[in-house]
Structures are given as structure tokens and as C-alpha cells.
Design a protein around this ligand. Sequence first.
Ligand SMILES: [Zn+2]
Length: 80
Amino acid sequence: MTSQWQESDPDGPSEADIERFGGEFKTCPDCGDEVYDQAEFCTACNHAFNIEAEPTGIPAWAMVMGAAVLIAILLFGVIL
Ligand SMILES: [Zn+2]
């Protein structure tokens, strides 16, 4: 995990964005130029990237539910 954007650049991508996009550059398949990973179009040749809304896999509510269940199990473990 990179932390290059943290603190030094408050306007940079959030940590969640870095997690999601890797905070990296991708190579344009058309001209080979390096473009920021979130870019929809190549800055050099205007090639349009196929941006797919990639699901995180685990929805936020599932994380909350999981945490709640874990806490419940721990609590019951202490009581019983
Ligand atoms: Zn390009």
C-alpha cells in the first residue's frame, strides 16, 4: 500500500480511492503514454478507456453486519 498522497496532498485521492484504483498509472493501449488510473480519456491521444464500475465485493452493510455478528459472538463467548 502506498502512502505518497497522504498528508502532503489534501486534494489528492482519498485512501479509499487509492485502495480501489491502486493510486497508479496505467498505460494507454493506443499510444503507450502513462495516464492516471482514474482517467477516462488518454491525455495524449484522447483514447477512451473502458471504465467499469468495479464492485468492491463486500457491501458496506455486510461489513457492518459482519462486525456486529463478530461482536455478538465475542460478547456471548464472554457471558457463556
Ligand atoms: Zn493514448
